[in-house]
Design a protein around this ligand. Sequence first.
Ligand SMILES: [Zn+2]
Ligand SMILES: [Zn+2]
Length: 731
Amino acid sequence: MQLLEVLIEYAQSSLNRPFSYVYQGDKIIRKGTRVLITFNNRDIVGYVLNVIDTNKTIAQLNEEMGFEIQEIKKLIDESPLLNEELFSLLDEVSSYYLAPKISFLQAMLPPSLSPRKSALKAPGIAFDYYYEVANDDESNLTNKQIELIRLIKNEGRILKRNVSKAKYVMNLLDKGHIVEVKEEKRRLKIPNYKYEAPPALSDDQKSVIDEFNGSKDLVYLLEGVTGSGKTEIYLALSEQYLKQGKSVLMLVPEISLTPMMVEYFLHRFSTHIAILHSELTPAERYDEYRKIARGECQIVVGVRSAIFAPLPNIGLIVLDEEHTETYKQDTLPFYHARDIAIMRAKYHGAKVLLGSATPSLESRARGSKKVYHMLYLNKRINNQKLPTTKIVNMRDYKNIDRDSYIFSHALREAMHQTLAKNEQAILLINRRGFSTNVTCRSCGYVFTCPTCKIAMTYHKTDNMLKCHHCDYVEPLTGSCPTCGSSYLIKTGFGTEKIEEEIERLFPSAKTLRLDSDSAKNKNKIPLVIEAFRNKEANVLIGTQMIAKGHDFPDVTLVGIVLADIGLSMPSFRSSERAFQLITQAIGRSGRKDKPGYAIIQTYQPSHYAITFAARQDYEQFYRKEMEMRKLQFYPPYAFLVGITIKGKNEKKVIESTYQIVDYLNEHLQENGLVLGPATPYVPYERGLFLRSIQIKYTNRELMQSVLQNMQQLYGYSSHFDLLINIDPYNF
Ligand SMILES: [Zn+2]
Ligand SMILES: [Zn+2]
């Protein structure tokens, strides 16, 4: 008999532990497979963590355990879901992040193979059916049958569904002249691009590649201004690893924003590529995953979760735009793709290459300390000039266009000139919707989300109020729910309002808008990008989505409508984010032969994030921001951990949070700065009250053990859930 330790999918922290089951059948159950079990009278899917052979009887086991041990209902997988490397990675990541193994399994595996109930109904392997000739003796066949036999012989084989089911075909099958062959089908249609030979590398690119190849370091940080040709370095290195029989994992921040990267790789390596991202259907992901696991693809291009691709024999892992926050998963399991990349590279003896024009402060600081090997590309390709930039002080009334209040004279004039020259403009405002607040003038009521208690944004397109945190929506009725007054005022502005302003001020301009509202329809992003590139519009208005990666040859003006939005966010990263966003956005201007121009409208014209971004001076920004972080004891000078406590009973949540703070203070003493209990920005979520604790510290090992003990003590309560976020981004 086999005794199994089984992890289950669960909704409460208290169930985050293995449960014992037995199997008395004659199959051999291996660890890492899934089983169907009964838990609290429900059928659920479990993951076998360990198998112990035992000679004991059920009665003996019951006695030993003190409860009635149950038999599993069914074995789902014959062989383990993860290979050796991923199996040990699972241990490593779940202990580093103090996160349940089951949550990492769900992140690592495609939906069809995931240890969750829905996986049982998820798509399995798909097949194509073909006819092939088995016996080409044409005697005794009708003319029609001979015609078909010859057709199949010429083609090699033909798809069954393309052949009629007429009697003469069935007759050929019966007599064994043709046979049906089935073959596994790849449901993701990878476009067929023509091979494009690599362009000649610049001297700068060559020396970066030589330095990379000449070193034995593990992690490299390639810092290169926008338009300096980082992608070509990724491609050239990939080719080199492919020739050595090694494989390459290429991560991009978000597939929908960077179709260009996929295209570059397809042009160079079409036959070797698998693609993994969240917009694939479960069926497509399943096929890609299995194809990678079988070793049929040497390159995987994908987003964050592709870092877990079962790619064997990895030589190189690239993270493009490494500073992008999408590489950090901010829900369970909290992880950063960069950390996982380093763990996997160590296992494979591979190298990690991080690329960015504006590296994250953490990575750049590791570069300074030679933990990462710095590589630089300082010049734009063909020595194009960086755009000329003007900062407009919006506090000074003289600068503001009284006709609009949103535009400055400078931006309106620049728009006018750009349109007159038939060139294109990008306007960035990092806020979607029309107005950011709707308030009752009579009683002061602010329309807030009933779920998260934060102010809702008004969207004019569908006349709805929307919560940008939880997706709650309601129609705007026009009267105050508290006092009934219809005197409502809308303040603040977002992308929709800018679009309306452009239409009012420049009636002849054609506009396109790109934000996560317009991107709800998943095919829309590439269509909007393509339409703008084909000059079907002169103005593109959008959120940070439009700032990254795209190459529009006719854009000569970039306007940052309100640079302050990011700066006012309550986060120690707000300056870094604002700097990155503005730098990236300005980098879209003047990328071909025409000179570029950029205007930054702001209420804080002398803020260093804005002045250095205007000059595209990353190194100066880095120095200044490091001083600030040192003063405030924030990363990279300290590590952070965020703890969230959530539960139905607010009083219990608050009490428990105080207990945990006391526990942490007692065990960390001067080795950590415990901040909290705090009420998070979003204090209430789906019927649960939230409280948070933040800890700043420098000794990772000590912190790890204190957190482990804290988790043992408080992590399995039925009154609240305890979430630990190591190196949080939004906390
Ligand atoms: Zn009112
Ligand atoms: Zn909400």
